[in-house]
Ligand binder design. Structure first.
Ligand code: NAD
Ligand code: ZN
Ligand code: ZN
Length: 336
């Protein structure tokens, strides 16, 4: 049996190829892919052919924010019915290294992550994953929202690491999809989102539509907060955000800075005994993130702006050039 797959060539051109549908081995699940979010990293591979040391040296399938329905299960999988809606966790760790044994499997050096060379992603009709990385989602949740459990997990992890809870004053820098999901998760955990900042007024307007107060960071000082969730990667936001923290506050660097080294305000960190950490993806967040959506506490359909079929992956990856304020674009591999 064949399937259609969108492939990024080493010359960075996109084409749709026919490939065999994989069969699920023991403990594995075959998923028919229904919806896949376009992430900044997909766009970066398409435009530049690399992210840091990960280089597109062989043809690559992009897409890592994916949902679908169970199409078949391998030997030994007896707790998942064919037809169940699922969210796919795109990073499969080795399971036996020191980090994996301690449960922080996002830090596994051997992790195989969708759409990270040479591992293929989900801009295709079918993928296989181990059962533990295929998470059932209640059927009333849309396939788009189920796909966006992936970026939502980034927000869940950041809020867990910084103990965002009832009454915590949270400042978020960056009104992109990651800033938006961080705001939604912080609000769902009972926190007070004091502001979400962005230098781009149209992006701020999108986050205001979600019900959050926004600020132009160039217009003055930022409000005091207990937790900073830095979601821009911009050096001025890192500096300004850390300075806005109250004594004993926590800064979480989620955004990836374009350069490996940026300046941080050491005086503020020492004088106020601030905590500073970063996050790398997430671990064990999918059930929590799925609950947030299924219970209606977080509405991810509200951040979806457009969708494309498998023949239109190039349009999906370049949509942002003509619609720079749009947050999330989806690829739906079953539609042409
Ligand atoms: N740590 C992780 O595991 C993880 C996971 C996913 C994404 N990321 C990173 O998170 C960041 C955000 O992702 P995204 O998809 O939302 O990106 P995005 O580019 O869509 O959004 C970033 C936003 O930051 C804004 N910005 C620029 N300068 C600013 C400033 N000085 N103050 C406030 N805002 C400013 C931009 O205008 C933009 O709207 C990226 O760096 C991405 O690589 C990290
Ligand atoms: Zn992503
Ligand atoms: Zn490992």
């Amino acid at each position: 049996m064949k399937q259609r797959v969108s492939v990024l060539g080493t010359d960075l051109s996109l084409s749709v190829e026919e490939r065999d549908i994989p069969s699920p081995g023991p403990g594995e699940v075959l998923v028919q892919v229904k919806s896949v979010g376009v992430c900044g990293s997909d766009i970066h591979y398409f435009e530049h052919g690399r992210i840091a040391d990960f280089v597109v040296e062989t043809p690559l399938v992009l897409g890592h924010e994916a949902s679908g329905v169970v199409a078949a299960v391998g030997e030994g999988v007896d707790d998942l019915d064919v037809g169940t809606t699922v969210a796919m966790e795109p990073g499969v760790p080795c399971g036996s290294c020191h980090e994996c044994k301690l449960g922080r499997y996002n830090l596994c050096p051997e992790v195989a992550f969708f759409a990270t060379p040479p591992i293929d992603g989900a801009f295709c009709e079918y993928v296989v994953l181990p059962r533990g990385f295929v998470h059932p989602v209640p059927s009333h949740v849309s396939f788009d929202a189920a796909a966006l459990v992936e970026p939502l997990s980034v927000g869940v992890w950041a809020c867990q690491k910084s103990n965002v809870s009832l009454g915590t004053r949270v400042l978020i820098t960056g009104c992109g999809p990651i800033g938006a999901v961080c705001a939604l998760v912080a609000q769902a955990r009972g926190a007070q989102v004091v502001a979400v900042t962005d230098v781009n007024a149209e992006r701020r307007a999108r986050v205001e539509e979600l019900g959050f107060a926004t600020l132009d960071p160039t217009a003055g000082e930022l409000p005091e907060a207990d937790v900073l969730l830095e979601c821009s990667g911009a050096a001025p936001a890192i500096d300004q955000g850390i300075r806005a923290l109250a004594p004993a506050g926590t800064a979480v660097l989620i955004g990836m800075a374009p350069t490996d080294t940026v300046q941080i305000p050491v005086g503020a960190i020492q004088g106020k005994e601030l905590w500073l950490t970063g996050t790398f993806r997430y671990a064990n967040t999918y059930p929590t993130a799925i609950d947030l959506i299924a219970s209606g506490k977080v509405d991810l359909d509200a951040i979806v702006s457009a969708s494309y079929g498998l023949d239109e992956v190039e349009q999906a990856l370049t949509h942002g050039r003509s619609h720079p304020a749009d947050m999330k674009v989806m690829v739906r591999p079953q539609s042409r």
